[in-house]
Design a protein. Structure first.
Length: 400
């Protein structure tokens, strides 16, 4: 009842917009992706050809807007384990068939205040703690109320309360891979622009309030700070990110633990060639499962390599030392925004400093009209964690 009242209060002033002109904007996008996985220890390779389509409409009138969007995902080639159906004799490709309401939200937006209520996507900073999981076909959204306040130029407070997380597993989700996970999630981020970049303080309280979710052991509270900025030196641009957080158990989590998170990342763009390096640590407490630093609501594909070996942090934590190099062109013939990129990761445990393994990631992408084409490859070579894995993707993205 409380949540219903919150939504009704948020929607009540919408009648004021009736007398104004209403602008309608159609929403549409599609993604066709081929993914193959060769993973040691499994009987056969996985092959997936999936088509994801989203369509909807957004209506705007003055400061008010309303948006509704549906999505569907279809497996055209389904020689893979989707996490829900069949036996795991092939590698996991986390894109099950699905049809769902992706977003349904109402928003009031002014220069200093924005309030969004309903099913929506949430993404904070680099999405290390809360994100939309946009690489997976079904994505992640939240049933939430979000307030964004900008009282002064360069200063912003962004606070959200989410009572349900709509997961990537879709309508057939069950058990530890549920369609939706309920809980009283609270996300807070306050930022200010400084001469050396945007300085943020944050609090992310994750409540996985269902026994099927590791017996409540994924509930945590994380508090920290982050600095990210850029500096242009002629045609050269330097970008940096530094972050620290402390995490501990929260709500009904039966574990008692605390663990640290560190990130230091620097990248240099020379107006074509690009290089970068970083060090990310998800720390451990005492080596017990799920007492290391966990980020269950993150866009995990962006971090610690594309082979997805560390979506759940191992009991002894993980240290990721990485470097990248690439080249970008504004145009190559008819193609726009052409990118070539390579990255190398060296993974070690936080406790005992054991070598987990290493990984190479490769990417090529370009845009032609409204279609973006990309090819990716990931090779994980195991030492003391997981198994050798090769993944390959071909992807076409179209947006209205």
């Amino acid at each position: 009842m409380t949540r219903t009242l919150i939504l009704l209060l948020a929607l009540a002033p919408a009648g004021a917009a009736r007398a104004q002109d209403i602008d309608l904007k159609p929403l549409g996008e599609a993604r066709l992706r081929y993914e193959s996985v060769d993973q040691d220890g499994l009987a056969a390779n996985a092959e997936a050809l999936t088509l994801r389509v989203r369509a909807g409409v957004e209506a705007k009138a003055g400061n008010w807007s309303a948006l509704i969007e549906g999505q569907g995902n279809l497996a055209i080639i389904d020689n893979y384990f989707d996490g829900l159906h069949g036996a795991a004799t092939r590698a996991l490709v986390a894109d099950p068939d699905n049809i769902a309401l992706a977003r349904a939200q109402v928003r009031y937006a002014s220069p200093i205040f924005t309030l969004t209520a309903g099913r929506q996507r949430l993404a904070y900073d680099d999405e290390r703690f809360v994100g939309g999981v946009v690489f997976r076909q079904n994505g992640q959204s939240f049933d939430a109320v979000r307030a964004e306040i900008a009282p002064l130029k360069g200063v912003k407070a962004d606070i959200a309360y989410a009572w349900s997380v709509r997961t990537i597993w879709g309508i057939d989700g069950a058990g530890a891979r549920q369609q939706a996970v309920s809980g009283d999630n609270i996300f807070g981020n306050v930022s200010a622009q400084t001469p050396v970049g945007k300085l943020s303080g944050f609090a992310y309280l994750v409540d996985q309030d269902e026994a099927a979710m590791q017996g409540f052991r994924m509930s945590s509270q994380s508090y920290g700070a982050r600095l990210d900025g850029t500096q242009a030196l002629g045609k050269t641009k330097i970008a940096w990110q530094f972050s620290y957080a402390r995490q501990s158990d929260w709500h009904r989590n039966p574990n008692t633990y605390s663990a640290d998170y560190y990130l230091a990342d620097v990248a240099i763009d020379f107006g074509g060639p690009r290089i970068g390096a970083g060090y990310e640590v998800l720390g451990a407490d005492d080596g017990v499962a799920l007492t290391s630093f966990q980020t269950p609501l993150a866009t995990g594909f962006k971090f610690q390599g594309w082979a997805d070996k560390f979506l759940v942090t191992p009991p002894d934590g993980v240290r990721d030392l990485y470097a990248s190099a690439g080249w970008g062109w504004k145009a190559v013939g008819p193609l726009k925004a052409v990118t070539l990129q390579a990255a190398y990761h060296d993974y070690r445990s936080d406790r005992a400093s054991r070598s987990y393994g290493d990984e190479i990631d490769l990417l090529a992408s370009g845009k032609l009209g409204k279609v973006t084409a990309s090819a990716r490859y990931a090779h994980y070579e195991a030492e003391s964690f997981a198994t050798d894995t090769d993944k390959f993707w071909l992807q076409l993205d179209w947006m209205l």
